[in-house]
Design a protein around this ligand. Structure first.
Ligand SMILES: Nc1nc2c(c(=O)[nH]1)N[C@H]1C(S)=C(S)[C@@H](COP(=O)(O)OP(=O)(O)OC[C@H]3O[C@@H](n4cnc5c(=O)[nH]c(N)nc54)[C@H](O)[C@@H]3O)O[C@H]1N2
Ligand SMILES: Nc1nc2c(c(=O)[nH]1)N[C@H]1C(S)=C(S)[C@@H](COP(=O)(O)OP(=O)(O)OC[C@H]3O[C@@H](n4cnc5c(=O)[nH]c(N)nc54)[C@H](O)[C@@H]3O)O[C@H]1N2
Ligand code: SF4
Ligand SMILES: [Mo]
Length: 724
């Protein structure tokens, strides 16, 4: 029963061809939330990995991979893999045995907790791991270590989308629709997403819709490759999405483009929203956003008049101090026009990390238990305690969010376990965070490459790469799929869940983590999530194989999963109605002024992934984009007499870096863009503003105030020493 056929392609009938002396394992990409299907070729005797090919039998990507996908396998045999545990001795990381390293970790955990209390040891986790590993991390924090302080890198990524969806729709699954629905839209509004570079395999869906006549509206301060092909590009000033959307809503109400019957039957809050947007005439919106008012009128008509339409967005609207409200305001567009719950109508955020969806559902969030349960809810606690076989009182309460945890290092948090994240590149204001990390009493890091963060650890434990283990991830659509691995553990490396099990054993809690396989973990996760919002109970490994993945919620073994949410127009609130919220424009936390006159925004390039700890090591990718740069508009460059390639010193109130100028019309004259995949002296997060959205605690990565000047010789030398 394979019910979702996403991309049509002629080659589906062809099976992958296996050459003599090779075997294939059918798995998914290590990188973004698309989770494209791929076959990894390997030698069955030595388990050496030889190459990769796209899978034709997985509907999401149907025979295609992006540049990161085709090179992901090059991590596997990489010479810089961590192959044995290391302990810091006399200031240097030195080879140690597993027993030495694990004994030290457990004894330091005990010591710190005894001296400073249970919560003084924190866990900082990540969503590039399988559901099974993310689940184990949440459980280990609560009943292995007994700390309330666990959070994860998804706080920087999906947190605002999650909070925004909850406040509008009552629940969060990144997309209300399967990706196969996109091509049935008559209009696509894509905001703050560099789709072509960050979710390249989503582009065939966008083009599919356009082939059927759909209009494309792109909202982005930069003329990205996606904006280039748009019917309408709204090139707003970074940090002004609320004003822009208010302008669009104003026009939709004024010109009677809203669906009054839908609003009446299925939403609350319309009158208050109407009042909020009353002052946002297109002219007023233009004054704030810098977008021509005629384009705002056009967008309202294009979206309002279409029969089916999808609103899609990503970090460009989410990584703001008003991130959750930005999300809800974009969701308002769908609700006001009744475009939800149908083929071709709905809302979606582009999930970032490979398991950015599943990783935010099963308990590694500070305030959450498996199944998207709330940790303060007595019924949720009782359910999970029963599955875990502990007394409910043993489960701590909510902890602090990722950036708040980093700010507490050396103070409330004396010891840290870091797994699957590299905050010394990816957190805001890394200059400050580095100092705090150095002040920890004890710091252990689990990674497969020595990251900028791992370099500071007291103990480094080598883990395996994604294709050396089995498990599941949940993709951008909410589809649970299987990651299949090759049975190999290079050197002395171990799988994350095995390492955590070993630590738990040494803490006297081994009985709760005594799993034989990822499938054992998944079967426990199914029970723990049962009856929750993200109900995985009805999903089994076997069913995933049979159905090309299963969409949650899937509450029983007979249930076929839920590709499309809200078909019955019952939203997850007690009265079944969605909530319209009105927001007034407050703007970014940090405004430009005469000392810091430019808006800096940050993001990605197609060739690198996140902190770059994986992709900067892959030669094929590094060659295509070796170093960071700053995008600057030709007019701005001319005014400041800046030449292409010239080194610029960019400063904010928190720090500075020096990188070469890339003069390009892509960017607005009042704004600058720097990709963030590098650390140390090339880390743009030395500058970014750590202001958090109070609702979701996502940092404002997308706007801060900076100044630029031609770099002096010393700064250029310092920068050059880190360039390739
Ligand atoms: N190549 C590549 N792909 C990736 C990743 C990667 O690192 N590299 N990471 C994955 C992950 S974890 C994530 S979260 C996603 C991120 O995917 P995206 O969110 O698409 O990527 P970003 O480059 O962070 O930002 C998207 C766009 O937001 C725009 N933007 C900046 N400020 C504003 C604003 O105020 N308003 C609006 N409307 N737009 C704004 C930027 O110009 C940029 O084009 O990508 C995933 N895919
Ligand atoms: N300025 C700025 N900063 C940003 C953003 C931005 O747009 N602008 N985006 C933010 C976003 S959306 C995100 S998602 C974060 C991500 O930032 P990070 O959390 O730092 O992301 P990664 O680079 O994926 O870090 C993962 C680390 O774990 C390792 N790793 C990978 N897989 C595994 C595994 O299975 N097990 C173990 N043990 N280790 C593994 C990798 O080698 C790497 O060192 O960055 C955020 N920071
Ligand atoms: S689009 Fe995403 S999942 Fe697909 S190959 Fe590229 S990085 Fe991998
Ligand atoms: Mo992300």
């Amino acid at each position: 029963m394979k019910h979702i056929q996403n991309i049509d392609y002629a080659m589906r009938e062809f099976d992958a061809i296996t050459r003599e002396g090779e075997e294939l394992v059918a798995t998914h990409c290590a990188f973004c939330g698309m989770q494209c299907g791929m076959n990894i070729r390997f030698k069955p005797d030595t388990k050496e990995v030889l190459g990769v090919e796209p899978r034709y039998d997985f509907p999401m990507n149907g025979g295609r991979l992006c540049p990161k996908g085709v090179s992901a396998y090059r991590q596997v045999e990489h010479e810089e893999r961590l192959l044995y545990p290391m302990i810091r001795r006399n200031g240097k990381l030195e080879r140690a045995t597993w027993d030495e390293a694990l004994d030290l970790v457990a004894s330091k955990m005990r010591e710190i907790q005894l001296q400073h209390g249970k919560d003084a040891f924190g866990i900082y986790s990540g969503s590039s791991m399988t559901n099974e590993k993310c689940y184990v991390m949440g459980k280990f924090a609560r009943i292995g270590l007994g700390t309330k302080n666990i959070d994860y890198n998804g706080r920087y990524c999906m947190a605002a989308a999650a909070t925004g969806f909850k406040q509008s729709l009552g629940m969060d699954r990144g997309s209300t629709n399967p990706w196969s629905d996109i091509k049935f839209a008559d209009v696509l509004l894509i905001a703050g997403s560099n789709t072509a570079e960050c979710h390249p395999l989503s582009m065939p869906y966008v083009w599919g819709a356009r082939d059927r006549g759909a209009k494309l509206i792109v909202v982005d301060p930069r003329e990205t490759k996606t904006a280039l092909v748009a019917d309408l590009h709204l090139d707003l000033r970074p940090g002004t999405d609320i004003a822009l959307v208010n302008g669009i809503i104003h026009v939709m109400i004024r010109d009677n483009l809203v669906d009054h019957a839908f609003i009446e039957a299925h939403t609350n809050g319309y009158e208050a929203l109407k009042e909020t947007v009353a002052e946002f005439t297109p002219y007023h919106a233009e004054m704030i956003t810098g977008v021509d008012q005629r384009k705002i009128e056009q967008a309202a008509h294009m979206f309002g008049k279409a029969r089916e339409g999808m609103v899609m967005f990503a970090r460009g609207i989410e990584q703001h101090a008003t991130g959750s409200d930005n999300v809800s305001n974009y969701v308002n567009l769908s609700l006001l026009t009744g475009k939800i719950g149908r083929k071709g109508s709905g809302v979606a955020t582009f999930t970032g990390q490979g398991n950015g969806q599943g990783g935010r559902e099963h308990g590694q969030k500070a305030d959450q238990l498996p199944g998207y349960r709330v940790i303060t809810d007595p019924a949720a606690r009782a359910h999970v305690a029963k599955v875990w076989g502990v007394d409910e009182s043993e489960i701590p309460g909510p902890g602090i969010s990722a950036y708040e945890m980093l700010k507490s290092l050396g103070q409330d948090i004396k010891g840290l376990l870091l797994i699957c994240s590299n905050p010394l590149v990816s957190a805001p204001s890394i200059g400050d965070i580095e100092e705090r990390m150095r002040s920890l009493d004890f710091f252990v890091c689990i990674d497969m490459f020595l990251s900028e963060s791992a370099e500071l650890a007291d103990v480094v434990l080598p883990s395996t790469v994604w294709v050396e283990d089995n498990g599941t991830t949940t993709n951008i659509e909410g589809r649970v799929i299987r990651i299949k691995g090759i049975d190999r553990t290079p050197g002395e490396s171990k799988r994350d869940w095995e390492i955590i099990g070993e630590i738990a054993k040494r803490l006297g809690r081994g009985q709760y983590f005594d799993y034989g396989s990822p499938e054992d973990i998944f079967n426990e996760l199914r029970e723990a999530s049962r009856g929750g919002v993200a109900d995985y109970y009805g999903i089994t490994y076997d069913k995933i194989d049979r159905m090309d993945g299963v969409f949650w919620p899937c509450p029983s073994l007979e249930h076929e999963g839920t590709p499309r949410l809200f078909e019955d127009l019952k939203f997850k609130f007690p009265d079944g109605k969605a909530k319209l919220h009105g927001f007034t424009h407050t703007g970014p936390n940090e405004k430009v002024d005469k000392d810091y006159p430019f808006i800096l925004t940050t993001g990605r390039v197609v060739y690198h992934y996140l902190s770059g700890n994986q992709t900067r090591r892959i030669e094929a990718l590094r060659k295509l984009c070796p170093d960071p740069y700053i995008e600057i508009h030709p007019n701005t460059a001319a005014q400041l007499h800046i030449k292409n390639g010239e080194f610029l010193k960019i400063s904010s109130r928190r720090g500075y870096i020096t990188v070469p100028a890339k003069i390009t019309k892509i960017i607005r004259p009042d704004s600058l863009f720097v990709p963030y995949h590098w650390g140390k002296q090339l880390g743009i997060n030395r500058l970014t503003n750590p202001a958090l959205d109070p609702k979701s605690k996502i940092p404002e990565f997308k706007v801060c105030a900076v100044q630029i000047e031609k770099a002096g010789e010393e700064d250029i030398k310092h920068a050059q020493s880190a360039l390739y």
